[in-house]
Structures are given as C-alpha cells and as structure tokens.
Design a protein around this ligand. Structure first.
Ligand code: GDG
Length: 476
C-alpha cells in the first residue's frame, strides 16, 4: 500500500468546484493526486488572527482534504510580504536593486516556517510522503526534522535559482542552503537552475560540497538528490476550455473586434520579472520601424494586478499605466489604438479563446522559472492556422521550446524584429513550428511532471536512519 501524499504550499489552491472553468492546471493536477492518494493539502489560509494558535482548520474542498492555518499580521508582514516577496522573489529573479535585506524579514520567515512545522508535524503519518512547494517554505523540512519527522520530504522550486554571485548578497545564504539538505529530493524546472544550485554547493567557501553521480549532492554532512522536472499545463483541460461555449464565444468576440487586424497577445501577472515595460517599448519600436504595418496590428495585454501591498509592484504599475498611455496617445488614429491594456482577470476558458484569436503570443519575461503562458498559448492555437510564439530566452520554458522565436527581452530592436518576423512567417513554417512546440507541451503535461516528481521522491535512495540522526543533530 502506497502512503498518502501531503502537499504543502503557502496558499492552498484546491478548488471548491473542480469543474469550474477558472481552475489553474497546477491546482487541478495536485488536487487529482491528493484525491487518488487520499492525501492532504496544507498551507496558510490567507487569513490573519490576533494571536497565534498552533492548529489547523480541516476542510473538504471538492474531495480534497485541506488543512489551513491563520497567521498573525506580523507573520504576514515579515514572512509573506517581507522575506518571500521583498527578499527572495526579487533576488531569485536577479533584481538585487529591489531586494530588501531587513533582518526582521528573515526572522519572520524562520518563525513562520517553524510555526507551520509545529502544526503540520502532528498531521503526518509514518508512511506519508511530503511535497513542499516554493520559496516561501525552503526551511520547512529542517523544522519538521527538528520535530522528529523522518518521512520522505521533497521540495520543488517554482522560480529560478539565482547565480551564486547574487545569492551571496543574502545574509545567511549558507543557512538557507544548508536547510535544503534536510530534503530527500529537490526539483527545479530546468537544467540551468539546477546547475546554478550545484555551482553554489560545489564552489561556495565553507559549504564543502561534493557533486555526486546522477545529480546527487553532498554537503553539511548530508546528501540530497536533485533533479530537473519541467512543469507544464493540463493539456486536456486546456483543450476543453478552448472548445467550451465561453471559449468559443470569446474567440468570436475577439475575432470580430480585431477584424482585418492581427492580434498580438500578452498575459502576465503585473510583476517586474515579466518584462512588461521592455515589451511595450519593443512594440513601440516595431510601430516606429514599420509605419506601413501600424494599423494592421493590435496588442492586447492582459495584466491582473498582483502583490499590490508591495511598493515595487505599485511602482511598476504606475510606470506601465504611463507607458501604455503615452504609446496610445502618440500612435493612435481615430479608428485604431495600438494597445489594449487591461488590469483584470479572465476565466481560463476566456483566456483560451483570446489566445486562439491571436496571431502572435508575446511571452518576454526578464527571468522566469518556467512560464506557463507560453505553453497555454501554444495549446490554444488552431492547428490549421496557428499563431507564432515569441519567447524570452530567459524563461525556463526556452530550454524546451527552442522552436519559438527566442528573443532577448532587454533589446527593443530584437523584440521589434521578432514581432515583424512572427507577423510575416509563412503558413507552412508556422505549422511546422507549432507542431514541434505542441509536442513539447504534450510531453510536459502537468500530470507527467507531478507523477515523475512523486515517483522519484518515493524511490530516492536514503541514508540509513543512523546517518539521518547525525544529520538532524547537525541541523539543530
Ligand atoms: C510561477 C513562476 C512558473 C494569468 N492571468 C490570468 C490567469 N493567469 C494564469 C496564466 C498562467 C498563470 O496565471 C501564470 O503562470 P506563469 O507560469 O506564467 O507565472 P507565475 O504566476 O509567475 O508562476 C513561473 C509557475 O510558477 C509554475 O511553476 O511557470 O515561472 O513564476 O496559468 O494563465 N488565469 C486566469 N485569468 C487571468 O486573467 N484564469
């Protein structure tokens, strides 16, 4: 009998109604696994409490058991808004200029993870495997080990791993990496992120790390297995969204509202890592360099607001408002406006209809763990007349999606040239590229990602319990 699966992430996205068209692929895939293995999804409720209580509210969400904890306002401030979103997120996306190095954030991060461990540890049964997600909870395995948990624990990082030269600007970087050696398996989206992690372990003074065969690593007197697990989308679910009544109606609406024009589409959370300013400037360069094509195109940029309690997000929002306004003011004609810039969310089936109506998908982050929009855009295309994906070479997705038009998003001229090329690419070439890209999208379906990670975690070679005790003593 295989043990239960326990998924742990900052926010628990198990849907109340799994059939709703708005559910993301990751939430679907993890919920399906939890239903299959009779598991549990643990995380922050999103609520605050006046005083910390070490207990979880257990609920059923669409057949998945979830365990939710409330946090004190100070925890939310220092752990979530602070260390996670103002320190690790910018640093891991190579934005040291935006990284906050406040001690209180680091302390809040340690405290909150210890609190999560306090509530989670008693919920873990002897045969369970635990799968922890993302940068919010890097030290959680260490905190669980301190509470005597010996189960297999895996970690998956959804964002890039930073270059060593930048990571070392983080006070206590070694302590953070040392805590990762309490996992049995650490997964990254790409070889590039894994190699950067290996570089830190092998080269950082004081770590004394060793690279072992098959991507295992040894340091701090312990050993961890690492691997590359590229995430993807729920292809079948996305295809259903595209074929759904609302997906088809959205496609018709977009088609009618862009008549005689080629639609270029971008869909991104409002985040400085997504390269939105550079994208608008690249598009402006295209309008400037190709005046004859101006009124033939239209950029639809869907950009839901995110993390707007954080100053850097308010700043980028104001800059984008101004930039979109300026470009529209400068280039619009009485019957044409170059950019439709929308700060709102759409349902997933509507997004599928929008992607399908587009001739070009612009996915140009400055740095991105993977980027699922690139895969959704491809999956939404009409195989007979597919659109062209322009993809940043700095998105993790570029490691697999070499048939896209790969660009350097920092160069507005390169962006402009890529837009021109995408708009003029012959049908046969578009089809050939789409088929190759669609194969990648199928081969990396989110259920494959999930199953491979969990199977690898269950099969990892573990040190004997004696070694493990030595490791736990070392960490304490
Ligand atoms: C992190 C990593 C990694 C966007 N607007 C709407 C909407 N979205 C959906 C997209 C897509 C998802 O949000 C965004 O996923 P990304 O992968 O592009 O980016 P992050 O949010 O930064 O995610 C990233 C990912 O984790 C998974 O590991 O790929 O690198 O940064 O699915 O469609 N969804 C709906 N309405 C919107 O308006 N329904």
């Amino acid at each position: 009998m295989t043990g239960r699966l326990i998924v742990v992430s900052n926010r628990v996205s198990a849907p109340k109604d799994p059939a709703a068209g708005s559910v993301g692929g990751l939430a679907m895939a993890l919920s399906a696994a939890l239903r299959k293995f009779d598991g549990l999804w643990f995380g922050w409720s999103g609520e605050t409490t006046a005083e910390w209580k070490p207990e979880a509210k257990i609920e059923d969400r669409g057949g998945v058991t979830v365990a939710l904890v409330d946090l004190e306002a100070q925890d939310v401030d220092e752990y979530y808004n602070g260390y996670a979103n103002k320190t690790l997120w910018p640093l891991f996306h190579h934005r040291v200029d935006l990284t906050a190095y406040e001690r209180s954030y680091g302390e809040g991060y340690e405290r909150t993870n210890a609190r999560f461990a306090e509530v989670l540890a008693p919920l873990i049964q002897p045969d369970d495997v635990v799968w922890i997600h993302d940068y919010h909870m890097i030290p959680l395995a260490r905190d669980l080990r301190r509470r005597g948990i010996r189960n297999r624990i895996g970690f998956f990082l959804h964002v890039p791993w930073p270059a060593r030269q930048l990571l070392v600007t983080l006070p206590h970087h070694r302590r953070l990496v040392e805590s990762m050696f309490d996992y049995d398996l650490i997964g990254f989206h790409t070889r590039e992120w894994l190699d950067l992690f290996r570089d830190y372990v092998a080269s950082e003074p004081g770590v004394d790390g060793r690279l072992l065969p098959n991507d295992a690593l040894e340091a701090f007197g312990r050993r961890v297995q690492t691997g590359v697990f590229p995430i993807g989308i729920d292809v079948e679910g996305f295809e259903q969204a595209k074929e759904s009544a609302l997906g088809a109606r959205t496609f018709d609406r977009m088609f009618a509202s862009t008549a005689f024009r080629k639609l270029i589409v971008g869909v991104d959370r409002l985040d400085y890592s997504k390269g939105l300013e550079q994208r608008l400037l690249g598009y402006e360069q295209f309008l400037e360099s190709h005046p004859d094509m101006r009124s033939e195109v239209l950029l639809l940029q869907v950009t839901p607001i995110s993390r707007d309690e954080v100053d850097a997000y308010q700043d980028i929002r104001a800059r984008l408002d101004a930039l979109a306004g300026r470009i529209n003011g400068e280039y619009a004609e009485m019957d044409w406006q170059p950019i439709r810039y929308l700060n709102r969310t759409y349902r997933r089936d509507q997004l599928a209809g929008i992607y399908r109506a587009a001739r070009v998908g612009l996915v140009t982050p400055l740095r991105d763990g993977m980027n699922l929009v690139a895969k959704e855009f491809v999956a939404a295309q009409d195989p007979e007349d597919p659109g062209v994906l322009i993809l940043s070479r700095f998105a993790g997705a570029a490691e697999q999606m070499g048939e896209a038009l790969l660009v350097n998003p920092f160069s507005r001229e390169e962006l402009s040239d890529a837009i021109h090329r995408a708009l003029t690419l012959p049908l046969a070439e578009r089809r050939r590229k789409w088929e190759a890209l669609m194969q990648v999208v199928r081969d990396t379906d989110v259920s494959i990602w999930r199953d491979e990670f969990v199977a690898t975690l269950r099969a990892v070679d573990r040190p004997s319990d004696d070694d493990h005790d030595a490791g736990a003593a070392h960490a304490a």
